[in-house]
Design a protein around this ligand. Structure first.
Ligand code: GDG
Length: 468
């Protein structure tokens, strides 16, 4: 393995192990936005990606896929349970999403988090060339920047946080709050989704560590002196190209028409697309919609809500309960309101290929994004990107990062069920001219600020900070 000039470190490698044509196991690149954003650059320089391959208890040697060196980090089944499902997804995830679900604090989970973060840092340290750059991603790896800096002070380190950072009053609950702040401050640039997240982080740094903070700059003590770290917002976006291409494809457009027909050609199709997660406000959305049907403001013959809830974190208790709650609510509403020909909610606990997702976006008159807290919410941006005819309405929670940018959406506070009902009615009844005016502005925003703009601005800030 040759040393890489640019190394991405993320919990997961951008590949999945799947069955090949002859029944053998092969690697398939997973089509995430992050890979799409970084791929061109990783081909131009010597690039490597450090991450877990998604299977416990297997040691896999580094290998190359599509011109990128992939460096698997091995995790035992117990580490998956304690570091990933435990500390990352049952401590940090609920705490950072404003304790929508109660965070669990367990010392052995924290210990596993430290151990696994060190393993990722060591792996990155071994992969990166002299004076190279390492870009660490997300809340599973908050200690990696500092651990890596100790191992390799010559390296430029960036960190991007994909989820919210909580207000200090909540953050202060974390028993290891100071260690996590120090871990993050090992980076030269710490990127957040929203200006508010960066502000909360800087407040925590000032109040807990008492480091000097001026605007977005932190003076981090190092040796005898200090080093500057920059913390600010870099709102992530999508790779718009595949969405535009799919939205223009005849077969995808035909599939959208077929979806409408198979739902009985209702006057309005409402759509929700989420990982089945308690942060996404799926219950609130279903409650509001169910009440609109019960109140007679919507008629089941005229509307259908399609809810794709892709399976997620099925071994974490909070997710098991959530699934039960949602499925009970859906079947109650359907049981109370369906007719032989029309269903109120078409609920799909399944994952779909991207072609089908785009066909759904094209079929939907109204997109419902009602997250209670969400770092960005890429689904909102994907919907907008595919609406090539400038029709359709986005209902968007103000608690998403996307709400900072997508100002022409119908904004909602999902906790306010009456307000949410009114917002759904506004969307369902919006005249075409008004839809067009809003959608044109939303589309300009998303097409001008795509994922390439995001990664370029982050990397530009990184080289600037390192150069000063
Ligand atoms: C985290 C933060 C932040 C979903 N179901 C299927 C499917 N998806 C795709 C969507 C979208 C992605 O998954 C979900 O991204 P989101 O941004 O909506 O949400 P999280 O998964 O929670 O992501 C979030 C993001 O990181 C990036 O920084 O925006 O706030 O929580 O792309 O389309 N894709 C396919 N089939 C499915 O069934 N193909």
């Amino acid at each position: 393995m040759t040393a890489a000039d640019f190394v991405v470190v993320a919990n997961r490698l951008p590949v999945d192990r799947v069955e090949g044509p002859d029944g053998e196991e092969v690697w398939r690149t997973s089509p995430g936005g992050l890979v799409a954003a970084l791929e061109p650059m990783m081909r131009n320089v010597r690039g490597a990606w450090v991450g877990w391959a998604g299977q416990a208890d297997v040691e896999i040697a580094p290998f190359e896929a599509d011109g990128i060196e992939l460096v698997p980090v091995a995790l035992s089944a117990q580490e998956v349970a304690e570091y990933y499902e435990g500390f990352a997804n049952d401590t940090i995830w609920p705490l950072y999403h404003d304790v929508i679900a109660p965070p669990q604090y367990h010392r052995e989970w924290w210990e596993a988090y430290v151990t696994v973060n060190r393993r990722f840092a060591e792996s990155a340290a071994a992969a990166v060339a002299e004076e190279g750059t390492v870009w660490v991603h997300d809340y599973q790896l908050q200690l990696v920047p500092q651990m890596l800096r100790e191992l390799r002070p010559d390296v430029t380190i960036g960190y991007f946080h994909h989820i919210p950072f909580p207000a200090h009053g909540l953050y202060a609950q974390l028993p290891w709050r100071d260690q996590v702040l120090r871990g993050l401050l090992g980076a030269d640039v710490i990127g957040f989704q929203r200006a508010q997240d960066a502000t909360y982080f800087l407040t925590a740094v000032r109040r807990r560590l008492r480091y000097e903070v001026k605007g977005p700059n932190v003076s981090v003590p190092e040796g005898e002196g200090t080093r500057m770290a920059l913390a600010r917002a870099f709102p992530i976006s999508i790779d718009t190209t595949p969405y535009l291409e799919l939205a223009a494809r005849e077969d995808v457009r035909a599939r959208a028409a077929e979806i409408r027909a198979s739902l009985g050609n209702p006057k309005r199709i409402l759509l929700g697309v989420d990982r089945l997660d308690y942060t996404k406000g799926i219950r609130h959305r279903i409650k509001a919609y169910g009440e609109l049907l019960a109140d007679g403001r919507l008629n089941v013959e005229d509307v259908t809500l399609v809810q794709v809830a892709s399976p997620s974190r099925e071994r974490v208790d909070a997710y098991v309960h959530l699934r039960d709650e949602i499925e009970l609510a859906v079947s109650r509403i359907n049981g109370d309101t369906d007719t032989m020909g029309h269903s109120a909610i078409r609920y799909l606990h399944q994952g779909y290929p991207r072609e089908e997702m785009v066909a759904l976006y094209l079929a939907a008159d109204v997109m419902l994004v009602t997250a209670l807290r969400d770092g960005m919410n890429l689904v909102a941006k994907e919907y907008v990107a595919t609406r090539v005819d400038d029709r359709g309405v986005l209902v968007l929670s103000e608690f998403t990062g996307a709400a900072d940018e997508l100002r022409q959406a119908v904004r909602v506070n999902p906790h306010d069920i009456e307000g949410l009902k009114d917002a759904i009615m506004t969307a369902v009844e919006m005249p075409p001219a008004e839809q067009g005016r809003r959608m044109r502005s939303l589309r300009r925003r998303v097409l001008d600020n795509d994922v390439n703009a995001w990664s370029s601005s982050f990397l530009a800030a990184l080289s600037e900070v390192r150069g000063r």
